[in-house]
Design a protein around this ligand. Structure first.
Ligand SMILES: Cc1ncc(COP(=O)(O)O)c(C=O)c1O
Length: 443
């Protein structure tokens, strides 16, 4: 009997005991190719000697010093590194422990910016349906996934949701990318005007939507139009790259591919790559200057933020990503993964869409390719895919609800940046029969 209150009380979990590159090994010696990188976290795999040595060395020097009394060398060096190649103007770094905390911090900092700049009436936050920004109450309020929100709805902060950019299901037949981007920008504009032009604080979006929509990339021009709308109404633009950031999409920051600079950029998973739990917000100087020349302090903080061993781990991970040319590897391997997915699943009767960028790819599963009709959610297809994949020694990231929070099944792939061509073959060779077995079990 376990005393751990596991996420799913009905499930018995294998005990993960060891990591070896792209593999996790359980207590029975079974090896799992980690095609999801946990939850798009483990970008360096599970046994990077340099990262582990850096954390060990920091632990021997100083594990922790509270940030209200001290700064530390690894925190300063990590912030220097992140600021050195951040999008222009994002030159301050706020540390958090995970993605939800990073998003909470960004939302609160946006609010404080409004106060510091004499705009206390700005309080409305607009996000998008089918987005995920974390599970703490503020981040969940921003998120737009109906299923994840439902039980907690009475506790959530009122926020507002517009359409996601989801070409597979929501771009009209014959509607150009430009026209689709324009339609969505107008919808945002109308929502801002409905709420009151001077009352909107921020728009928040995942640059490439992760868990709840499956590596859905915006059509070209969408984010530039969104940026224009935010600027016109004086609202901040917050991009959540907790999942898609730090190389995952083949760009150090996913917003670089969109040619926009946000005011606040949230990071987490690939920052510490699972070697340490750590998140961060990159802050535009217009916001940090407003605080510095105003009240002088961000009225927020957490006990473990800027943890010295955490920062040392993230510093080693980020140094490795840059020094080993891993963002380029993601592009290379990403093309190889895309080809394998298109070759293997392009003609599959139940794969409606293959989408993604870099090493961030998704198969959307459908009952009928022509009508895009999803499987009945009661069948739990995505859970079956997860189980069948694990039986075959593969972890992937299947999720329900991409259509409307309830209907729709997709399988997200986010393997380590160090995955080899041979391991990409293994990934597809295991995934294909897992999907087929799961679908057969639904019939
Ligand atoms: C885009 C995005 N934002 C925020 C979060 C929350 O991060 P965490 O689970 O580390 O709190 C996630 C987690 O999956 C995410 O994908």
């Amino acid at each position: 009997m376990t005393h751990v209150f596991h996420r799913d009380q009905r499930q018995a979990y294998p005990v993960a005991v060891r990591g070896e590159g792209c593999y996790i090994i359980d207590s029975d010696g079974r090896r799992y190719l980690d095609a999801a990188g946990g939850a798009a976290v483990s970008c360096l795999g599970h046994s990077d000697a340099e990262v582990i040595a850096s954390i060990e060395a920091q632990l021997r020097r100083l594990p922790y010093a509270v940030t209200s009394f001290f700064t530390t060398e690894p925190a300063e060096e990590l912030a220097d590194l992140l600021a050195s190649d951040a999008p222009p103007g994002l030159d301050k770094v706020w540390f958090a422990l995970d993605g939800s905390e990073a998003v909470e911090s960004a939302l609160k900092l946006a609010r404080q910016w409004a106060i510091e700049t004499g705009q206390p009436q700005r309080r409305e936050i607009i996000s998008r349906r089918q987005s995920y920004h974390g599970n703490t109450l503020g981040a969940l309020s921003a998120g737009g996934n109906a299923f994840r929100r439902a039980p907690y709805e009475p506790l959530l902060v009122p926020m507002h949701h517009v359409s996601p950019c989801y070409p597979y299901r929501e771009q009209g037949a014959g509607e150009s990318d430009g026209a689709y981007a324009e339609r969505l920008a107008r919808e945002l504009e109308r929502e801002i005007e409905r709420l009151g032009a001077q009352s909107v604080l921020a728009f928040i979006a995942e640059t490439v939507v992760g868990a709840t929509l499956g590596s859905a990339c915006a059509v070209p021009g969408y984010f530039r139009r969104v940026r224009e709308v935010c600027d016109r109404y004086g609202a901040l633009m917050i991009l959540d790259e907790v999942m898609c950031g730090l190389g995952r999409t083949g760009h150090l920051h996913a917003c670089l591919a969109e040619d926009v600079v946000p005011d606040l950029l949230c990071l987490a998973k690939g920052l510490g790559a699972g070697y340490q739990p750590i998140g961060a917000v990159l802050i535009h100087r217009k916001i940090s200057d407003a605080v510095a020349s105003g009240s002088g302090a961000f009225q927020h903080g957490h006990t473990f933020m800027g943890h010295a061993a955490g920062c040392a781990g993230a510093l080693a991970v980020q140094t490795a990503i840059r020094n080993r040319g891993l963002v380029d590897s993601v592009r290379d391997r990403g093309r190889a993964l895309e080809k394998r997915l298109r070759d293997r699943f392009g003609g599959h009767a139940h794969v409606g869409d293959i989408r993604g960028r870099g090493l961030f790819w998704t198969l959307e599963l459908v009952r009928d390719r022509d009508t895009k009709k999803p499987f009945d959610p009661a069948l739990g297809l995505q859970a079956r895919v997860k189980a069948e994949a694990m039986l075959r020694g593969l972890t992937c990231y299947p999720m329900p609800g991409c259509v409307d929070g309830r209907r729709g099944d997709h399988v997200l792939l986010a393997p380590p940046y160090i995955i080899t061509e041979h391991q990409l073959d293994e990934l597809v060779d295991k995934l294909a029969p897992a999907i087929d077995a799961a679908i057969v079990s639904c019939n």
